[in-house]
Design a binder for this molecule. Structure first.
Ligand SMILES: [Zn+2]
Length: 669
């Protein structure tokens, strides 16, 4: 058996991991790639190149391979054996240990959000397809554990790559669909480039592995550290939605200079650092120029005010939308999507001009990247929010995802496989040209490309309002919420739902999953929202101009304190007691080295609870809500949380309100 990339694995101390080289079906023959970069034996003119990336000191590496033909040679990637023709590797498991599949793209309709699910893989695994994208193995004596994962994105169980156990001891990582098109040409101009894979090992059991892997995703997966910063974001969408669904106005009525300048004043006092104009700032999708009727000076005044507060500008985009009369539509008509023989559309992009969708695997994505980079130069925008990109969407034979030799379904799968890679490439181009800029992929709806792939280049926008009435089979669509949305109100319910996908935080830092919290409501509601938001999702939502001065000052002071220790909170592994909704639900995020960080406490019972921190704390703590702190002789702290029964935001006399938080390490000299 050949050891995969022998020299690289040896350099990373992983040479004893029994991982084979990739096997590709080329010209009808199964071909094992060599264990080092160079010519492929038996196929003159064909070479493979392995690349690996690793942060100094990290136990994890990212690797990929490129197969390419020399000038004048031509091969075909065939699928003659009823399979997809690619096995990315085969790993032989050590004798004693347990295997866990970790899924990052389960869509849970109860919360209308993606979430993380760990599934122990039993002994009778033969024949199962494990989508992952991460497999974790833990030795029976917990002396070591390791990870094997791939960087792509799709909703479970719609796999594009998957792990497939073979017999009792071996696991293949295989292409499932769309990775190549049948008889795809491999020549000097068309190499095959794999996705990135991740491999790593730590001393210790599964919990040590989670902690080390989480650090790797925070600091080692991407060179664009702007994506990992725990900045505080505000987005204008919630008030736009209220206008349309509560106040009988239009979504875009509030998208104008006067309202935005007033909102920026409030956002600054709330501690917001990135101010995001959602849909409506532009005249035409595709051209993405400022709407001068709404902003006569082309956002000059907005930018000047943001600069004055040291805030950054964010803007909304639909990466596929190109308005019918835009310059881009004329320039690039051939990149319009087709679907089952039709040219679908056009559709209204909210209340702006009708647009057609263009294909992100056609070369159009480079035009989109170019426009974003220009906008960084023209407007200083550094945060690009991408909305409304479904996994499926184009089956054209004229683009870069199959041709007339393939069926419509094959081309659609190849598009869906290529989509997250294309989005990541656009984000990389933007980050490279605009240091400090980042792209955010909205996955607030299902059938979006969620996985480890985009996280190497950007972050996710996870939840805006959570479930809809339809999520609960409730036919009263306008039954009081935000149009179709249920969780549009202050109080403890909304943050309880938004905290549910924080289960990601045990593998993927929560700062990569932007979700928005309401700053309005009673002080009790504010504390419940702050205690949740500080756990890492860091988004502010709601009607900023409806906030009271007292409410603004209260929120702003908490955020000011939070910022002193947010780096420690971001890095800290979450120690959770109780699920969201439990009484009590307590989350500790303390840096074990410095004792800085946060404890968030929630309960719906007016019964006192004590909690002793698992880590030592730096100081006596700064508390909000009904909690007292006592430092213990060993350096830890005992918290006494005494929830009351008041819930001024609640309905039908429900309690369930109380929350508290304690920040450690914010003492000011
Ligand atoms: Zn296409």
């Amino acid at each position: 058996m050949l050891l995969f990339m022998k020299t690289i694995l040896a350099a990373f101390g992983l040479s004893d991991l029994p991982l084979t080289t990739p096997v590709l079906e080329i010209d009808g023959k199964e071909t094992s790639l060599p264990d080092h970069s160079g010519p492929v034996a038996g196929l003159p003119g064909l070479t493979v190149r392995y690349e690996a990336k690793q942060q100094p000191g990290s136990a994890f590496l990212r690797y990929r391979f490129t197969v390419s033909a020399e000038q004048g040679y031509r091969f075909l990637l065939t699928k003659t054996r009823g399979t997809e023709g690619i096995t990315y590797g085969t790993l032989t498991l050590p004798e004693q240990g347990t295997l866990t599949e970790v899924r990052f793209s389960e869509f849970d309709e109860r919360i209308h959000s993606y979430r993380m699910v760990e599934r122990p893989v039993g002994r009778r695994w033969d024949g199962q397809q494990l989508m992952g994208p991460l497999l974790a193995w833990e030795a029976a004596d917990q002396s070591q554990s390791w990870v094997w994962a791939y960087e792509h994105g799709s909703q479970t169980p719609d796999a594009f790559l998957a792990f497939r156990p073979q017999g009792k001891k071996q696991i293949n990582l295989e292409a499932v669909k769309g990775n190549t098109c049948r008889d795809q040409v491999l020549d000097a101009d068309h190499p095959f480039v794999s996705v990135y894979f991740q491999l790593g090992r730590v001393a210790g059991g599964l919990n040590q592995l989670r902690q080390a892997y989480r650090r790797f995703l925070l600091r080692g997966q991407t060179s664009n550290q702007a994506t990992r910063q725990p900045h505080l974001f505000y987005n204008t969408w919630n008030f736009q939605e209220r206008n349309a669904t509560w106040y009988g106005k239009k979504y875009l009525d509030s998208m104008n200079q006067a309202r935005m300048l007033a909102e920026i004043d409030v956002a600054a006092q709330l501690g917001v650092e990135v101010f995001v104009l959602d849909v409506g700032w532009f005249l035409k999708a595709g051209d993405w120029e400022v709407n001068r009727e709404r902003f006569p000076d082309g956002l000059e005044a907005v930018r000047a005010k943001l600069r004055g507060f040291g805030m950054k500008l964010g803007l909304w985009f639909n990466p596929t939308a190109v308005a019918v009369t835009s310059r881009l539509a004329k320039q690039s008509p051939e990149t319009r999507v087709t679907w089952k023989g039709d040219l679908p559309g056009p559709w209204k992009i909210w209340e702006t001009e009708e647009s057609f969708n263009h294909c992100l695997v056609s070369g159009y994505e480079d035009l989109f990247a170019k426009r974003l980079i220009e906008l960084n130069r023209e407007l200083g925008v550094t945060y690009f929010k991408w909305d409304a990109v479904g996994q499926y969407g184009c089956d054209s034979p004229l683009h870069h995802h199959g041709d007339e030799r393939h069926t419509s379904a094959e081309r659609a799968d190849a598009y869906a496989y290529g989509l997250p890679l294309a989005l990541a490439r656009v984000a990389d181009l933007v980050a490279e040209a605009c240091p400090g800029a980042l792209c955010d992929f909205d996955v607030t709806e299902d059938k979006r490309a969620v996985g480890l792939g985009f996280l190497a280049s950007g972050k996710y926008f996870l939840i805006n309002n959570g479930p809809y009435h339809s999520s609960f089979d409730d036919k009263l669509v306008n039954g009081g919420g935000m149009g179709a949305n249920v969780l549009a109100f202050p109080g403890p319910a909304r943050p309880r739902f938004l905290r549910t996908p924080l289960d990601y935080d045990t593998w993927i830092p929560s700062t990569l999953f932007l979700s928005h919290y309401l700053a309005e409501g009673s002080q009790g509601s504010q504390i419940a929202n702050l205690a949740s938001m500080f756990l890492g999702q860091n988004g502010v939502w709601g009607d900023l101009l409806a906030l009271t001065n007292e409410g603004i000052a209260f929120w702003g002071e908490a955020v000011r304190r939070y910022k002193i220790v947010r780096e420690a909170i971001t890095q800290a592994f979450p120690e959770r007691t109780g699920d969201p909704g439990s009484s009590p639900e307590i989350v500790e995020k303390l840096d074990p080295e410095t004792g800085c960080g946060l404890i968030s406490l929630f309960s719906s019972m007016a019964v006192p609870v004590t909690y002793v921190t698992r880590h030592r704390v730096k100081d006596a703590g700064w508390a909000l809500g009904p909690v007292t702190v006592e430092r213990l002789a060993d350096g830890c702290a005992r918290l006494t949380f005494s929830p009351g029964e008041e819930n001024p935001d609640g309905v039908f006399g429900r309690i369930g309100v109380e929350a508290a938080l304690v920040l450690f390490g914010t003492a000011e000299e």
